[in-house]
Design a protein around this ligand. Structure first.
Ligand code: NG6
Ligand code: CA
Length: 511
């Protein structure tokens, strides 16, 4: 009896597997590895030979390497806001670098990339740096914190709430501080001093694990002084050296637990933001100081994720994207010898400036995309690609529809992202202290003060009518050709005005 029933079921299973389109063909898992302050030149697949990143390079070897891909802003919070909401951050006031106690800046009525994927049946997670605010009103870190990523489309979160250099220095999982002892409650302040212990500014410099250079001299956690004041939560405080291991293990756990269903993992690393305090097994290994060592650690994390996908048999079913939230920086507030030990390494590759700047180094970041069978291995794309498009692009990929009043700056550029469209976006805003505009190989920077350098910085003053660069002629934005091309300048100024006014919304069917 059993035998007679089993055969038809078995046959049916084979037939179903044979005829049904595979899930991978339509809706891949998505792993977005979002790194912090990693510059175009920090990965060896982008041409440098001073620092080897074999695991990151593996994504390029097995996928497409973009050479003109951009985060939306030259700092973290606005880039992440645009990535997750498909809206340029300048459209919403209060999206600059968020304080450690900032409230959730993604509004309740805002549709997000993870929410779109969830609608399409994905299980969604953010593991690592958040820096988009938490809560709604004064945050009590000793209770469940709402609003949190669960309120903007993520099923699961394990967070560094703001940055490694800002209090509170604790992880938050599903709205609660991990490992909190109720008898030792946490308090946080970004105004009044609440911490009676000696601050980073008060202790002898030699007593700190890493000395601060600017800012970063308030509450001391793990021998490193931070931005902001914090008391309590001693057992819950993170150990910087273990941070990469901790979040990588969480990511591996998530992959294991959700191997059977479509998932979206936004793996948001602390590396290589300051303070750069890699695990001892990476310390001193790059020869470039803590910054280079943090890159080696990041490369290890990427290898762990790729290996886990292999081990779970998910390699072919998973779209992997590796990129960064803003350009590189050297001295960003701690004395870690990033400048002194730099040698020949060029964190921004051939581009000008880095983090905080409107020049290309501020937003032109590594961007590697792998999806076996769908992205040609070992290819390079020069298409203009912007992270603000990924909400609409990934939504299109998984068959989720975006209402017209949501993700308003996001265009479906999935073909460009997958390396199939060599042109990409017609134009793209770069947000820094002012809003620069790319259109094809032209770059317009409006009048204003622009940061130059990688820390320490100088300021470049761009006077009226603004600067125009032809990146085909000179990639380093040192030759202003505004006077020679008044028509192009005028046309780009007009486009700039239209985009700022929100009058250049994409035609989603056409784009
Ligand atoms: C700046 C910090 C810098 C870094 C940055 C945010 C000072 C002097 N500088 O204000 O160290 O934390 O904010 O970086 O405090 S980001 O990558 O998260 O945008
Ligand atoms: Ca950053």
């Amino acid at each position: 009896m059993m035998y007679r029933i089993a055969i038809p079921f078995f046959a049916l299973a084979i037939l179903t597997a044979w005829f049904a389109p595979s899930r991978a063909a339509e809706r891949p898992n998505i792993v977005l590895i979002y790194t912090d302050d990693v510059g175009y030149g920090d990965v060896s697949c982008n041409g440098q030979t001073t620092l080897r990143t074999p695991n990151i390079d593996r994504i390029a070897a097995e996928g497409v390497r973009h050479t003109d891909a951009h985060c939306s802003a030259a700092t973290c919070t606005p880039s992440r806001f645009a990535l997750l909401t498909g809206r340029y951050a300048f459209r919403q006031p209060g999206t600059g670098i968020a304080r450690g106690d900032a409230n959730m800046i993604i509004g309740p009525d805002t549709l997000t990339l993870p929410a779109l994927l969830k609608q399409a049946g994905y299980t969604t997670a953010v593991i690592g740096k958040w820096h988009l605010g938490l809560g709604d009103g004064p945050i009590d870190w000793n209770k469940e914190i709402r609003r949190n990523p669960q309120d903007v489309g993520f099923d699961y979160h394990f967070l560094i709430p703001a940055t490694g250099d800002r209090v509170p220095c604790v992880y938050v999982e599903q709205g609660r501080v991990v490992g909190l002892d109720p008898a030792d409650p946490i308090r946080v302040s970004f105004g009044k001093r609440i911490d009676p212990n000696p601050s980073g500014a008060e202790v002898p410099p030699g007593s700190l694990k890493q000395m601060w250079s600017h800012g970063h001299n308030q509450t001391i956690v793990n021998g490193i002084s931070r931005i902001g004041w914090m008391t309590g939560g001693q057992k819950a405080r993170w150990v910087d050296e273990d941070m990469a291991d901790t979040i990588t293990h969480k990511a591996e756990e998530f992959l294991e637990q959700h191997r059977q269903e479509p998932f979206f993992l936004y793996f948001s690393t602390h590396d290589i933001h300051v303070p750069r305090v890699p695990h001892p097994r990476f310390q001193g290994k790059s020869g470039l100081g803590w910054r280079g060592d943090a890159m080696l650690q990041l490369d290890w994390c990427v290898g762990q994720i790729l290996d886990k996908l292999d081990a779970l048999g998910l390699r072919d079913d998973t779209l992997v994207i590796f990129t960064s939230d803003n350009g590189p920086v050297l001295d960003d507030g701690y004395v870690d010898q990033a400048n002194e030990l730099l040698g020949e390494h060029r964190p921004n590759g051939p581009y000008r400036a880095g983090k905080y700047s409107s020049f290309e180094g501020g937003t032109r970041v590594p961007c590697l995309v792998r999806w076996p069978g769908h992205v040609s291995p070992g290819t390079t794309s020069q298409a203009l690609v912007g992270q603000v498009d990924w909400a609409a692009s990934l939504a299109a990929l998984v068959g989720a529809s975006v209402p017209a009043d949501q993700c308003i700056d996001s265009r479906n550029q999935i073909d460009a992202l997958l390396g199939k469209d060599p042109v990409g976006r017609p134009h793209l805003i770069h947000e820094a202290r002012n809003l620069a505009l790319r259109q094809g190989h032209w770059k317009y920077i409006p009048p204003g003060q622009i940061r130059d350098g990688l820390g320490p910085w100088t300021t470049v003053s761009i006077s009226r009518p603004g600067a125009l660069y032809d990146l085909n002629q000179a990639i380093d934005e040192r030759v202003d050709v505004a006077a020679e091309h008044p028509q192009i300048l005028a046309q780009m100024q007009e486009l700039h005005q239209r985009i700022l006014a929100g009058a250049d919304q994409p035609d989603r069917l056409g784009q």
